[in-house]
Design a protein around this ligand. Structure first.
Ligand SMILES: *Cc1c(COP(=O)(O)O)cnc(C)c1O
Length: 360
């Protein structure tokens, strides 16, 4: 960076690096099992007649559709450019830069810390226990947080947070901090959503997205679910037109009755394939499954991790290296894909270990 640029940029941003999203990390590849996307693409129609007008800030059909889907009121949610924007919006709305902190529970999704850092907000880390459960005792010792981010099912451990643990945390932070439950993968979870408990807990916030189960990662549409007070605070900060008209049209179709019926079929298919992937991987002696598989991916620890990763990349198969995360040495995460992608993944991994260390 040139000197004058170094002087001009916000000082707290100098040491930051752009987020290494799965998409940015590899330019090539033919098979993408690295970003927990859906293998399904669905058909939508488009009405161009309103493209000359600014869209509604919160398009009615989308808000009504998602409220119905989540079983909440229309004044209990806000639509954003993906759940990622929801994370940033919460931080910008509820944390004062240079003063306040958020809590994260690693190993977990990277964007909570990244968004906090870009806003010059502190990050307090309360790692998960060895079995990837929340360290409730340690969390109850935190008393200077404004937001507590809890991912359930957690990316990348695939574990779902225990109901009693979250209840204890909501009670501890009652009237002090918002507890944000990131439910990006809730559709794949065998446990129920926290969305129906919004009226029980005034400090509960739930993040949702159309990027995973709905198969619309390219759309950039997510939702923050919370009590009306919280939503009204977020409305002060959100951009005037956060949901582009084409996004609103497609989201409304995805949330229609027929869209939801199709979604349910696709979720069932993915869950079935997830068990197949889990079974295939656990039958390989050099691999051990880690955490749980309550989302649309499987996390595993493996022998010769770097060589396996290189072999997969050579064959156009991309999965995600999670080994830099706390407690996840030699761990890789594979998304449940199409039948073809998944059988290719399994046969590549099987070949790699059958040929021993001769492939390198
Ligand atoms: C993918 C993901 C998101 C982001 O979703 P977008 O709506 O695409 O921004 C949020 N949280 C977790 C845990 C995720 O894995």
């Amino acid at each position: 960076m040139s000197n004058w640029m170094q002087d001009l940029i916000n000082p707290h941003l100098i040491s930051l690096k752009p987020y290494e999203s799965a998409r940015r990390l590899f330019a090539g590849g033919n098979y993408f099992l690295n970003a927990n996307e859906s293998p399904f693409t669905n058909d939508y129609t488009m009405d161009e007649s309103k493209f000359n007008r600014y869209p509604d800030c919160q398009p009615k059909a989308v808000i009504q559709g998602y409220a119905n889907y989540a079983g909440i009121d229309t004044n209990q949610l806000i639509a954003t450019r993906g759940a990622d924007e929801g994370i940033e919006l919460l931080i910008r709305t509820f944390c004062t830069p240079g003063e306040d902190n958020i809590v994260i529970c690693p190993p977990t999704y990277g964007m909570y810390a990244i968004s906090a850092e870009t806003c010059n907000v502190g990050v307090t880390s309360v790692p998960l226990l060895e079995d990837f459960c929340l360290d409730v005792k340690a969390l109850k010792q935190v008393d200077d947080a404004n937001l507590v981010f809890i991912c359930s099912p957690n990316n990348p451990t695939g574990t779902s947070v225990a109901r009693t643990d979250l209840e204890a945390i909501l009670a501890h932070f009652d009237r002090k901090a918002l507890v944000v439950v990131d439910e990006a993968y809730i559709e794949f979870d065998d446990h129920e959503s926290w969305a129906t408990y919004l009226s029980t807990y005034t400090n509960l916030v739930v993040l949702r997205t159309l990027s995973k189960a709905f198969g619309l990662a390219g759309l950039r549409c997510g939702f923050t679910l919370a009590n009306t007070d919280v939503i009204q605070c977020l409305m002060k900060v959100i951009a005037p037109y956060p949901v582009p008209e084409p996004v609103a049209q497609i989201a409304a179709q995805a949330l229609s009755d027929s869209g939801i019926t199709q979604l349910k079929t696709q979720i069932n298919t993915i869950k079935k394939r997830r068990s197949e992937l889990q079974a295939a991987l656990s039958s390989i002696p050099d691999i051990s499954i880690m955490g749980d598989a309550q989302a649309n991916f499987v996390l595993f620890r493996c022998k010769d991790k770097d060589a396996l990763m290189a072999y997969l990349v050579e064959n156009g198969m991309l999965i995600r290296d999670q080994s830099k995360q706390l407690m996840l040495e030699n761990c890789l995460r594979a998304t449940v894909g199409s039948e073809q992608e998944q059988s290719l993944l399994i046969s590549l991994i099987t070949q790699f270990y059958q040929n021993g260390n001769t492939i390198k």
